[in-house]
Design a binder for this molecule. Structure first.
Ligand SMILES: C[S@@+](CC[C@H](N)C(=O)[O-])C[C@H]1O[C@@H](n2cnc3c(N)ncnc32)[C@H](O)[C@@H]1O
Length: 215
């Protein structure tokens, strides 16, 4: 099991402040065991739990007072794992703390990134911290499901799509994820990679292909 006595991610460099409805704050995980959900750790090992040996500082993004993203070990390590699957031109749903963009930037075959984020306040708060990245990033402020119409999607020709808009977990998300995967498969048929954070993506992709044939 990973035992952590300190914790830092690229999100630690974000200013702790509030912009409109969006706010970045620091919260602390007290020493003890925490869920890792079998996300691969930096040694490539997968465990159900990790242990905070000391109090760990965690960066939290709130929108309208509700937590929408944290940079704790399972989130940051999973963003790095997701990023390994991508190359070329990548479309990202949800800016959040920008962790996925740092992770994609570290992948040598990722060429450019388009992010769709509905909150202008989140963009104003988080985007300046992405100046340091080498990969060109375009941010589109709108609701994910309004972006783009089918014609525009074809013109934009994305190699990969990454979706991370769900907050929370539980069985009800599986149905939503299925619908989302089918929607993404229809909207971005040329994409080689489509992934939804928090889900078993091999299973979703196979199931959505099967359902696509049935209906
Ligand atoms: C879980 S966070 C994304 C975390 C991100 N993957 C990261 O690495 O930091 C979800 C983000 O999606 C945004 N969001 C939620 N619903 C949305 C929608 N329908 N369209 C566009 N953005 C949305 C939220 O404002 C939030 O910034």
């Amino acid at each position: 099991m990973q035992r952590l006595s300190s914790w830092e991610t690229p999100a630690h460099r974000l200013p702790r402040k509030k912009v409109g409805e969006a706010e970045v704050v620091t919260e602390f995980y007290e020493p003890g065991p925490y869920e890792l959900y079998h996300v691969p750790d930096p040694d490539g090992e997968e465990h159900a739990l990790y242990e905070a040996v000391e109090r760990l500082p965690i960066t939290v993004l709130k929108v309208g007072g509700k937590t929408v993203m944290v940079d704790d070990p399972p989130h940051w390590w999973m963003m790095k794992k997701h990023a390994e699957y991508y190359s070329g031109r990548v479309l990202v749903a949800g800016l959040g703390l920008g962790l996925i963009l740092h992770a994609l930037d570290a992948e040598e075959h990722v060429e450019d990134i388009v992010v769709v984020e509905r909150s202008q306040d989140v963009v104003d708060l988080v985007l300046p911290s992405l100046d340091e990245l080498d990969t060109p990033i375009e941010v589109v402020v709108m609701d994910w499901h309004d972006f783009p119409d089918v014609t525009e999607a074809r013109e934009r020709d994305f190699d990969g799509v990454f979706f991370d808009l769900f907050v929370g977990d539980g069985p009800s998300l599986v149905g939503m994820a299925m619908r989302e995967m089918i929607w993404m498969t229809e909207r971005f048929p040329e994409a080689k990679t489509r992934r939804i954070h928090g889900m078993n993506n091999d299973f979703l992709e196979a199931l959505s292909r099967g359902l696509g044939r049935m209906f």
